[in-house]
Design a binder for this molecule. Sequence first.
Ligand SMILES: NC(=O)c1ccc[n+]([C@@H]2O[C@H](COP(=O)([O-])OP(=O)(O)OC[C@H]3O[C@@H](n4cnc5c(N)ncnc54)[C@H](OP(=O)(O)O)[C@@H]3O)[C@@H](O)[C@H]2O)c1
Length: 285
Amino acid sequence: MENEINNITFSNGVTIPQLGLGVFKMKDEKELMEAIRVALEVGYRHFDTAMIYENEATLGRALKASSIPREVLFLTSKVWNYDHGYEETKAAFQASLDRLGTDYLDLYLIHWASANYIETWKAMEELYTAGKIKAIGVSNFQIHHLEDLMAHTEIIPMINQIETHPAFPQDELRAFMAQHAIIHEAWGPLGQGKNDLLTQPVLLELAEKYGKTAAQIVLRWHIERGIVVIPKSVTPSRIRENRDIFDFSLSTVDMDKIATLNTGARYSGHPDDQEFLTRTSIRPS
Ligand SMILES: NC(=O)c1ccc[n+]([C@@H]2O[C@H](COP(=O)([O-])OP(=O)(O)OC[C@H]3O[C@@H](n4cnc5c(N)ncnc54)[C@H](OP(=O)(O)O)[C@@H]3O)[C@@H](O)[C@H]2O)c1
């Protein structure tokens, strides 16, 4: 079996590599530069950042330091909660472009469904129509947010980036998204290193059976489900390991075994946490 990174096609025909590198919490410049160098070397072309990660400029520099042409890269960034609103979003988008040193984004997402996301989306629709963003989407949107957005705007989000891993597979939201051709993207695909997910006996058994690691089994589980994954690592051996998941597949029986890890409990923040949404919507002075 080949080991090429698969592509997923959005409703508008644009494609996204099914595996990317997430760069959340990568703030150390040297560490980030090295992570990007290794990732590019082993074939990653898709990178997921956000204004709030405070590393767009370093990511831009790391990508420029390679000889990889911009058009074969896939760059995602996100509009933060205190930049919501029509004019604010346009300004935030331009600032992200400037920091990344590019004149378009492949994907721009609303980071969380904080107040005023409808006006934010209208600005994104306009930027998309003008060709400044190849695909637009949301993150941390629940069914009720998606219904509200679709009722008040023109373009259905092409993707929703949500916490997803075997302990929290998001089956209900996922089914709703499938009905509307909204691609499922997982953040925290490895459970963010929390709650001993990667030492669960089921995963260790499958790792042994397939000659892979527990992390590779989890990432392959996402791939089999058609999910876009953006595992984060600053460790060169793990960046390589996480890329090495397109040369095997899991049987239906083994997918069912992984499904037994579903606890229905999130590991991280709830999209309807109003205290969080309100607090993070205040621009620091
Ligand atoms: N939209 C949102 O609200 C949102 C929220 C969170 C994250 N995200 C995005 O999603 C990306 C991924 O999520 P995440 O960073 O929260 O969590 P994650 O990718 O599930 O987990 C990252 C953690 O797992 C470790 N790790 C990576 N590969 C491993 C492997 N093969 N074996 C064992 N441990 C491994 C990393 O350690 P080392 O780095 O030390 O190797 C790090 O501690 C982020 O980087 C970000 O781009 C989006």
